[in-house]
Design a binder for this molecule. Structure first.
Ligand SMILES: Nc1ncnc2c1ncn2[C@@H]1O[C@H](COP(=O)(O)OP(=O)(O)OP(=O)(O)O)[C@@H](O)[C@H]1O
Ligand SMILES: [Mg+2]
Length: 208
């Protein structure tokens, strides 16, 4: 995995989030303040705009630059959480060597672990962590490297199931936690955007 790969992923994700923006905006209008998709779009734009600045940098330096941009450039819970994600990816050991599939998984696992610590949300609290924690657990558990396509299809399925499961949950973190029972019946916007991001990355790795 290279810095160029990161940028190309950001561009792919941008396209998918743009296509699904009305739906994500509506979800955040149901149980939040409506700005979630805008925050995600802004973050992606900031990453893509960094292309020329970071494309020849070592991975850790590029990730730290992304983290700084995202932290200072996006508001709300998302900015802090996504910034933390990139900063912790950058702390993964041995990023100066070839970054293979295992190492890329380790980076993502580290990033998600740091988001969990930062936001203090676990599974079942109706946030993006309902998608990201099970995805991270599955990545830790990928044993059969010869069956990467099947394993990544499993990741896609886990992300989708967990996103849908947020619909019937009460929310105990973030703005939607003030809604009590009224949050029930609505999918969490952060869970939906995270699921789309995971699906996009997995599909692009499968089709490489
Ligand atoms: N503590 C948390 N840990 C992880 N994710 C969270 C947390 N709080 C909220 N979220 C996620 O952030 C999403 C909302 O992100 P948004 O970009 O709209 O920021 P926001 O408006 O500041 O959110 P909020 O008001 O819910 O904190 C929610 O749908 C949820 O998935
Ligand atoms: Mg919001």
């Amino acid at each position: 995995m290279s810095v160029n790969f990161l940028i190309s992923q950001a561009k792919n994700i941008q396209k998918v989030i743009d296509e699904n923006a009305p739906e994500i905006e509506a979800l955040d209008q149901n149980i939040g303040d409506g700005d979630h998709v805008f925050n995600v779009q802004r973050g992606l734009k900031l990453v893509v705009e960094l292309e020329n600045t970071i494309k020849d940098l070592p991975m850790d330096k590029a990730l730290n630059m992304i983290a700084m941009k995202v932290l200072s450039g996006i508001g709300g819970s998302s900015g802090a959480l996504f910034g933390t994600f990139f900063m912790s990816m950058a702390k993964t050991t041995d990023l100066n060597k070839n970054i293979n599939f295992n190492k890329a998984c380790e980076m993502i696992i580290n990033g998600i672990q740091a988001m969990k610590e930062r936001g203090k949300a676990g599974v079942g609290e109706k946030t993006m962590m309902d998608v990201l924690i099970p995805v991270s657990d599955k990545l830790k558990d990928i044993k059969n490297k010869n069956e990467i396509e099947q394993e990544l299809n499993d990741v896609i399925k886990i992300a989708k199931d967990r996103m849908l499961a947020t619909k019937d949950m009460l929310c105990t973190k973030g703005r939607a936690s003030f809604l009590g029972e009224r949050a029930k019946g609505h999918i969490d916007p952060g869970a939906r955007s995270s699921q789309l991001i995971i699906e996009t990355i997995c599909k692009s790795v499968i089709n490489q």
